[in-house]
Design a protein around this ligand. Structure first.
Ligand code: PMP
Ligand code: GLN
Length: 428
């Protein structure tokens, strides 16, 4: 592979663990998707859009006007400033393309990008494919076993020391994948103070979990921290997590006109445009989402409350095992301390070795001896020992993280998706 892709020519966690979950009929708690179908109003909007010849052909590069309008309305109230669909918004192929596009649009070869760790893996590959350099800043905790993601913090001196005159971009993600941390107003102001010393540094604020916040934590966009932070921030969102439709791969960016225009121009050369009927359906869904839904004042409020209940349920189950979970304030993941699980002996399970050598599974060879990866492999494969967990929680995941709140059996509006080919039991 060319240098910009060196080291990428192997499966990511998603492409090892999701096939492994399928092969072993394990419950997949590792990938960030809700395990319930899109609500009926969303599915209806999709059916209508695919029958509408007016949206069957290419969409404008920036996005389908009706969708841009719906997005602009949503974010104008969140950001407390007028967002214009025709100036401040760009539709993308999921937030994933938004990440790639933002890095391609603003980061020069040799530039540096500051990333808070742990982090979603695509940030690093996008930085690499731009021939840029990632600077890592860890989340820290005063206690060895934080009981909540709110105990995690950035050491602001450490953050500042990662910056240099070459820093072009800071990547923030709140609610945070994988810890669930929701950054507070005070933390955002401290980050803003560091940024003001670096006028050429933009911010990519990944806010895909904007509606998945728990126990009263509130998501406020980083761009709302101060007017000068709006001026330099590209905020990224996704339809998939909020509307249980990750397969639609629809996302969007919100930013000042000069930044969005640069991305629109580059978008012409990557995907040209986002699927038109998906945009029409999403526009219809977003217009409806503002209305009262299932006893909640809006669909968005319903999603927040429903996922909060699911998070609590999963947390209760995990607490009955020898895993020690950290209560997340948001997002789709629960991180667990695995050191109390004595049955796990640290090695790649023999069964997995057999599947790998039979050629049915590809893994990243550099992860073969990593105990956190091996723990997740063991959880997925070793049913007898995992049964020692007393509860049917067998998951696969990345970096010793387990979790994903999703569908609740007892919730009729959210019937379990039962797919024999992929899963024996989909509990959540
Ligand atoms: N950012 C984060 C933090 C994510 O967790 C994900 C997906 N899991 C994405 C971006 C990508 O979103 P999409 O599926 O819309 O491409
Ligand atoms: N983003 C998904 C997640 O966090 C997985 C696939 C991907 O987008 N790379 O669950």
């Amino acid at each position: 592979p060319p240098r910009r892709a060196s080291g990428l020519n192997k499966p990511t966690v998603w492409n090892e663990f999701t096939p492994l979950a399928r092969a072993t009929s394990a419950v997949n708690l590792g990938q960030g998707f809700p395990d319930c179908p899109p609500p009926a109003f969303v599915a209806r909007a999709a059916a209508a859009a695919f029958q509408n010849p007016q949206v069957s052909m290419y969409a404008p590069t920036r996005g389908h006007p009706r969708l841009l309008e719906a997005i602009a309305r949503k974010h104008s109230s969140q950001l407390k400033r007028e967002i214009k669909g025709t100036a401040n918004v760009l539709a993308t192929v999921g937030a994933s393309e938004g990440i790639f596009l933002a890095v391609q649009s603003f980061v020069e070869e040799g530039d540096e990008v500051v990333v808070i760790e742990p982090a979603f893996d695509l940030y690093f590959s996008s930085i690499q494919m731009a021939n840029a350099v990632a600077r890592h800043v860890p989340l820290r905790s005063k206690s060895e076993q934080p009981s909540s993601s709110s105990e995690l913090h950035i050491d602001m001196d450490e953050l500042e020391s990662a910056f240099s005159q070459k820093t072009r971009l800071l990547i923030l993600n709140s609610p945070h994948n994988p810890t669930g941390k929701v950054f507070t107003q005070d933390e955002k102001e401290q980050i803003a103070r560091v940024l003001r010393k670096y006028p050429d540094c933009l911010v990519l604020s990944d806010e895909v979990y904007e509606h998945l916040t728990f126990d009263g934590a509130k998501h406020v966009p980083f761009a709302a921290t101060a007017p000068d932070m709006w001026d330099r921030t590209i905020s990224l969102y996704t339809f998939g997590k909020t509307f249980s439709a990750t397969g639609w791969k629809l996302g969007w960016a919100v930013a000042p006109v000069n930044l969005i225009q640069r991305m629109v121009n580059i978008q012409q050369h990557i995907v040209f445009c986002v699927p038109h009927p998906i945009q029409e359906a999403a526009a219809e869904a977003m217009e409806s989402a503002e209305k009262p839904y299932e006893g909640s004042s809006s669909y968005y409020e319903y999603v927040t409350d429903t996922f909060n209940r699911k998070k609590d349920k999963l947390l209760d189950i995990l607490r009955k095992t020898s895993l020690v979970p950290m209560d997340p304030e948001g997002g789709l993941f629960i991180m667990c301390n695995t050191t109390g699980v004595k049955a796990f002996v640290g090695k790649l399970p023999e069964e997995e070795e057999a599947i790998i050598s039979a050629g049915n599974l590809e893994i990243d060879p550099s992860t073969r001896n990593l105990s956190d990866y091996n723990f997740c492999r063991w959880m997925t494969m070793d049913e007898e020992d995992a049964a020692g967990f007393q509860e049917p929680v067998v998951g696969v995941t990345d970096f010793s993280i387990t979790g994903s709140s999703s569908c609740d059996y007892s919730d009729s509006s959210c019937a379990p998706v039962h797919d024999e080919s992929s899963s024996r039991m989909q509990l959540y």
